[in-house]
Design a protein around this ligand. Structure first.
Ligand code: GLN
Ligand code: ZN
Length: 759
């Protein structure tokens, strides 16, 4: 009999209960007991959902007060010593200091968990880090789940993934130097779980989906031999999970590792099954992740069942049906969606619905198809309607896409010819100054936008308020003496949401929250159909702003890759097809802006780099279509129209040829926090087009002095020719207040002026 399980469930709660409890605790508005009570309620509810759905275990260990990697460190006692906390006595308040910092301590670094939008806290590896055991929280949670009558599977971040995802801070040559300590720590932990009667432990090693070098690859066999030896053949049985990509290059290793079972992600790595299953040992479980933990489409149950059936004969009860990865990356429950219509809802499955899908597959495999017939019928109907719905398939879009030629991606002249015409038209001074687009979003702006969305103020009132804001922003930029102005983006809450709401093919959920980090949640839009722009999206705002000034007003758009990257993307066509559809919609907007006499247009691509696949062998394909999508969005304009792009948080050195291939006339990038070092690559590569390296960090309210920025600019001049160099902040200013913004820009303009005196 096949079994059913998930690798983890979203912890934040269907109504973001954990977020509100955390934030209230941080503010001092409630105590630790209240926060703990919320956590316990959420865990109990999520376990109950798993049990009710008919899973064979509930997963314990996927809960975290902030992040599961930090949770693992707290559990092992491997918290950074620089905070001075006793790992065994760590309080929740201390734990939050690790995550968020305090007056005395800067927070642990945070970075993206593989290629997801979830951010984890980066372990700090020092020679003195200990793995001697820490807090009892996991053990308490296990007791909690058992008291509620559940059969428990414990989930842990695996030792090698934990090590790999950390950063060496001091005193170590290689992360693997810590291996003996780490293994001892996990041995201790597993023993304790064993003593508590835990029979199965899921141990996550997603690094197996990366391109590991030999040292890491070779570490798996001895590490798992040691963990297994410690258990001397008795429980808990280890289920080693891989996810986010295929792992067929490790087929031999996975077959021979001394673990009770292995989990594969068959959504991301659909093709790996055959290779891994051939010669699969007689005594090993194979858990197959067939329900997508990264996206929210209803599973094609027939298709999955057809794939699993032949395996059942081979594996019997060693076949487990599962989510591809933890469900952490999808929203909790479709039942809470009031905004989506029934048809659209019938195409979707959030975490709660995915539990039912997994169980339906298990039951169908176990000869109980009749019990889940209704589920299969609904799944079939959803697939059929997605294949044929006119909301999804727009012949206009498809025809246009089919007609796209290579020439559509190219400007009519090369950069040198274009920039000469642009310069003749605009007569900008040397080292032109500009900003990245947004200006401070004051409480008033937010209130007006919210009131308009709720229908409390009418369209004209709203228009008036926003125009007033634009007027102020333009006036301030004029006063500051900036050379290229922006309208300030007051009408935008979130850039992807702003464009998505105006494009066909996009849907927005009411409660589709997904944890991004800590208490921060995002509600990614859903791209369900062919993307089509019914009418201009930004032209009115830019045109109005341009009437207020004789200086160039930069139009402001979000690029195709970013629109894709920060959404749930349809799975019935390649990502690149969706990106190209968005690109065509943007191309029309770019051309409309040009027609409306907006002569500079910025197409932001802050998510360009994060779209890179996990395996570098897949990079060229991604980069080729991503660059093409950008170019198609930009290339419909004449030579005189200046296309800008902006990227942030990016390291570019490994993808510079592609950044150059995007052929934006001007690129602005974040560089100030790296002391302009990020720019070196551009210099070495002889990046040909104009470039604006950020001269100050917008993440902090600190006002940079003229000298500081001048110094950075001088450094930039060592790398970039004067004629190519722009002056701007690192990123948009919407999270800043006005006083610091004004002062900082005043200083920035001064720095540019000082520079001009030296040419
Ligand atoms: N134009 C956007 C802004 O200024 C860019 C935001 C971003 O790079 N994430 O806010
Ligand atoms: Zn940015």
């Amino acid at each position: 009999m096949a079994l059913a399980h998930v690798l983890g469930f979203p912890r934040i709660g269907a109504h973001r209960e954990l977020k509100f409890a955390q934030e209230s605790f941080w503010k001092g508005a409630s105590d630790e007991a209240a926060l703990r009570a919320t956590g316990a309620t959420l865990r109990a509810r999520h376990w109950q959902a798993q049990a009710d759905a008919g899973l064979d275990f509930v997963t314990v260990g996927d809960f975290a007060w902030y992040d599961q990697v930090l949770g693992t460190l707290a559990l092992l006692g491997a918290i950074p010593s620089r905070f001075g906390f006793d790992p065994k006595q760590l309080s929740l308040a201390d734990y939050f200091i690790l995550a968020r910092g305090s007056k005395q301590h800067f927070a642990m670094e945070m970075t993206k968990w593989f290629d997801t939008n979830y951010h984890y806290l980066v372990p700090e590896w020092t020679a003195d880090v200990q793995f001697n055991g820490g807090v009892d929280w996991l053990h308490d949670e296990i007791a909690e789940a058992r008291a509620l009558g559940h059969k428990v599977k414990v989930a842990l971040v695996g030792p090698l993934t934990l090590l790999y995802q950390g950063k060496i801070k001091s005193g170590l040559g290689h992360k693997l130097d810590l291996l003996p300590k780490v293994v001892a720590g996990y041995q201790q932990l597993l023993q304790r779980l064993h003593a508590a009667g835990i029979e199965s432990v899921q141990i996550d090693e997603p690094i197996l989906a990366l391109e590991l070098d030999a040292a890491w690859r070779n570490a798996f066999a001895p590490v798992y031999a040691q963990l297994n030896a410690q258990l001397s053949g008795s429980a808990p049985a280890l289920l080693l999970t891989t996810y986010f990509g295929e792992v067929s290059e490790h087929a031999e290793l996975l077959r021979s590792l001394p673990v009770a079972g292995v989990h594969l992600d068959l959504v991301r790595g659909a093709d790996q099954l055959e290779q891994i299953v051939a010669g699969w040992p007689q005594d090993k479980v194979l858990s197959l992740g067939v329900v997508d933990g990264r996206n929210l489409w209803r599973t094609d149950l027939d298709q999955v069942l057809t794939k699993l059936k032949p395996l059942q004969a081979q594996l019997g009860d060693r076949l487990w049906v599962a989510s591809s990865c933890s469900l952490l990356h999808v929203p909790v429950d479709l039942a809470n969606e009031s905004k989506l219509d029934e048809e659209l809802k019938s195409w979707l499955a959030f975490a709660t619905q995915k539990l039912a899908e997994i169980v339906a597959l298990k039951l169908a495999l176990n000869g109980k198809a009749a019990e889940v017939e209704a589920q299969f019928v609904a799944s079939r109907a959803a697939q059929a309607s997605r294949r044929s719905s006119s909301r999804i398939h727009n012949p206009l879009v498809q025809k246009r896409l089919a007609a796209v030629t290579a020439a559509d991606a190219e400007r009519s002249a090369g950069f040198d010819a274009r920039i000469a015409k642009q310069q003749a038209k605009w007569q900008l001074p040397a080292f032109p100054t500009t900003t990245i687009g947004s200006f401070p979003q004051t409480a008033e702006i937010r209130q007006a936008r919210a009131a308009y969305k709720r229908g409390e103020i009418g369209h004209l009132d709203y228009l008036d308020k926003m125009r007033e804001e634009i007027r102020i922003v333009v006036e301030k930029q004029e006063q500051l003496g900036l050379d290229v102005l922006v309208h300030g983006e007051p009408e935008r809450n979130d850039m992807v949401e702003y464009f998505g709401e105006q494009l066909w093919g996009y849907a927005f959920t009411a409660n589709g929250w997904v944890q991004s980090y800590g208490s921060r949640c995002v509600k990614p839009p859903v791209i369900y159909g062919d993307v089509y722009r019914p009418e201009a999206m930004t032209v009115g705002w830019s045109q109005f702003a341009q009437t207020l000034t004789a200086k160039p007003m930069k139009g402001m758009l979000t690029g195709p890759v970013t629109m894709l990257q920060w959404s749930f993307v349809r799975d019935d066509q390649p990502r690149e097809t969706t990106a190209l559809q968005i690109a065509l919609a943007l191309r029309d907007e770019v051309c409309d802006l040009e027609k409306a006499n907006i002569g500079m247009i910025q197409i932001d691509e802050p998510a360009f780099r994060e779209g890179l696949p996990l395996k570098s062998r897949d990079w060229p394909h991604y980069l080729d279509w991503a660059v093409r999508a950008f170019k198609i969005s930009a290339a419909g304009v004449g030579d005189e129209t200046q296309i800008h792009t902006h990227m942030c948080y990016s390291e570019f050195n490994d993808i510079l040829p592609w950044i150059a291939a995007m052929d934006a006339d001007v690129i602005t990038i974040e560089t100030s926090r790296s002391d302009m070092e990020l720019l070196d690559g551009f210099g070495e590569f002889a990046y040909p087009n104009d470039i604006g390296p950020g001269v100050y960090d917008i993440h902090s309210p600190r006002v940079p002095q003229v000298d500081e920025m001048e110094r950075l600019l001088r450094k930039a001049r060592g790398v970039i020719p004067d004629a190519r160099l722009w002056v701007n902040p690192d990123c948009g200013l919407k999270t800043r207040g006005w006083p610091e913004t004004y002062e900082a820009l005043e200083n920035m303009v001064l720095a540019a002026k000082r520079l001009r005196q030296t040419v």
